[in-house]
Design a protein around this ligand. Structure first.
Ligand code: 5GP
Length: 189
């Protein structure tokens, strides 16, 4: 059986990558979303086993030591990782898998699995990103500043991705995103 396509999507907080991934998955069938493991606490409305697997640090470190994570990284003081068995199983069964992970994780994946397709979502400009981060009622001022600083670092790494897509407030990046995935699927036939 042909192996599935591994899609790795990153972009700074506030760029709308969650929304754009959801829109893409509504329009393209056959893509499985990999649920990450994290040590951060659930935000309001988040569901364990749907948004993330919420675990404590000792569980996370055990998974790391037992090589159960395909990649992992520390982001904003919390740990995040991709469960290996799920992703490898889906790919081996010929299904496509989407990872929505940070830059550090995406670069680890690209090194281990060069045939993975990496996509970076970039904001039209920093002012727009700041506006969107400030618009999120949940974020405190210092969190916004921290996230903007991290965004600047993430943006400096975007040339390491296979594709960079500019996403505006209307999520107009989604059409190009779908085109890319279709093209990459064709290549693998
Ligand atoms: P949030 O806490 O806002 O859900 O996510 C913070 C950052 O961690 C985002 O950039 C998100 O893409 C990233 N992230 C989520 N899951 C993973 C993962 O499994 N591995 C890595 N490296 N980053 C992740």
């Amino acid at each position: 059986m042909s192996k599935g396509l591994l899609i790795v999507a990153s972009g700074p907080s506030g760029v709308g990558k969650g929304t754009i991934n959801r829109m893409m998955m509504e329009r393209l069938s056959g893509i499985e979303y990999s649920i990450s493991v994290t040590t951060r606490s659930p935000r309001g409305g988040e569901v364990n086993g749907k948004d993330y697997f919420f675990v404590n640090k000792s569980t996370f470190f055990n998974m790391m030591n037992e090589d159960k994570l395909l990649e992992y990284a520390e982001v904003f003081g919390n740990y995040y990782g991709t469960p290996r068995e799920y992703v490898e199983g889906e790919l081996a069964a010929g299904r496509d898998v989407l990872l929505e992970i940070d830059v550090q994780g995406a670069l680890q994946i690209k090194e281990k699995i060069p045939e993975a397709v990496t996509v970076f979502f970039s904001p039209p400009n920093m002012d727009e990103l700041e506006k969107r981060l400030r618009g999120r009622a949940t974020e405190e001022d210092d969190v916004v500043i921290r996230r903007l600083m991290d965004a600047a670092w993430e943006l400096s790494q975007q040339n390491k991705y296979d594709y960079v897509l500019i996403n505006d407030e209307l999520n107009r990046g989604v059409d190009k995103y779908i085109e890319i995935i279709k093209k990459e699927r064709e290549k693998r036939k």
